[in-house]
Each structure stands twice: as structure tokens, then as C-alpha cells.
Design a protein around this ligand. Sequence first.
Ligand SMILES: [Fe+2]
Ligand SMILES: [Fe+2]
Length: 261
Amino acid sequence: MKILILGDIVGRPGRSFLKTHLKNYKSVHGIDCIIANGENAAGGAGITAKTANEILGSGVDAITLGDHVWDQMNFNREIDDLERVCRPANLPDSNPGRDRLFLEQDGLKIGIFTVLGRTFMGPKVDCPFQTATRLVEEMESESDFVIVEMHAETTSEKEAMGWYLDGKVGLVFGTHTHVPTADGRILKGGTAYQSDIGMTGPRESVLGRDIDACLGRFIDGMPRKCPVAQGDVGMQGCLLEINEKTGFAKSFERIEFRENE
Ligand SMILES: [Fe+2]
Ligand SMILES: [Fe+2]
């Protein structure tokens, strides 16, 4: 069983890229199911039911989210109707939406959840380590393979989560920084790990946003809009193969695909 996981989908360029390429990529690489983070899918900030359904229609099987989960007005009223979308699990219990998802494919049940980090992050969330412990305990009896997304700013907090869950889950992957790291590997306890898997969007950008606008913010500090960039669009993520007998990864690799490469 092969699973593709894609980093944060950024705006229309990211969504259009998936619509054009994902189904073909899936068949060429023999991929069974696809998970993607959609926290920047609508105009670069948040997601809507419409954009979520567009992404699912492009071949994504499950959408996770991050700190931008509620950036789009009304999404808090839409999320409960979206069966293949989950919000970060360590948000307050009163937040709407699912805190975990299960995918069933060829007799295998894959459990997925996201936790938000707390270092340099906005939302006031519960401890991601305690939440992860609770969810892993609750999910392990009903899943063959558990995937944990650590949506966080600092590499140290993500790497700590990787070691914390090593030997307990199949994969821990990071998102949020939109820049992939080169540390993808299988840890000594058997858990596949990568600190950040990157983004699905325009690389000719600052984290998916217009270069001049972002530069301006750093140089003169004046507030300005930072629209989604357009150039050099592609997808970044990771591809893992599950060992059905052990519940751990058989192989793990970082992937990057863009139209002209
Ligand atoms: Fe993001
Ligand atoms: Fe984020």
C-alpha cells in the first residue's frame, strides 16, 4: 500500500495544479491513497467547503488543516458536513469539526490526525504531546497504520514529536513552514519521519506569497496585502509504502513534482 502526503495547498495555483496532474501522478506511481493539508487552499488563508470539495474531486482522499483552519468566515459552519476533512486535534473541544479521520483501502484502516505546535504559533491549544498520546491510544485498536501530522513552526518541536511517537505510529510528518526539510527517514523505532514536507503551490514566492509584497513587509514594515504568488507551481510531499504485517513504513521518500521537470 502506497500513500502520498502533500504539504499545504496554497490558493488557486495549488488547487489547479492538483486538478491537472494528481490523477495521472497517482496512476504512474501506483499510489493507493492521498492525504493533503488544505489550510491555505482558499486565497492562501483557510479553506471553504467549495475549495475542499474541489481538492477532493482532484483525487485527494483526506484533507488535514492547521493554524489557519478558521481563517475563512463560515467554515466553522461547513466543516461538520465534510466527512473527509479534519481540524487540528488539540484545539479546544468546543471547536467544530472532526479531530481525526480514518481511511479504508484494500482492507487496511489508516488513522490520521493533526496536532498544532505551541512554539511561535497563534492558536491557544492543548499540549500536542498529551493530545497525541491520547489519540494514539484511542486509535491504535481500530487502525492498522496511524499517521500524525505535526503542524508547527520550529523544527525542534517537530523533531521532538517524531522521537516521542517513534515506535508508536507509522509516520510523523511536519507541515506549516512550506519549505521541505532534507531529514526524511525511518527512525530507529520504525516510525517514518520528516520535519516538514513542503507545500503544493508557487515556489517563485515567499512561502507561497508574492515576493515583492513579502519583501516590502520585511524592509519597511508597512502593512500591505500579500497575495498568493503564481510562478513555478508544483507539489511537494512524501511517499510511503506500508508494511501491512508490521504497521510501520516499508519505504519512505520525499517527493517533489512540477510541470517542467
Ligand atoms: Fe500553511
Ligand atoms: Fe500553518
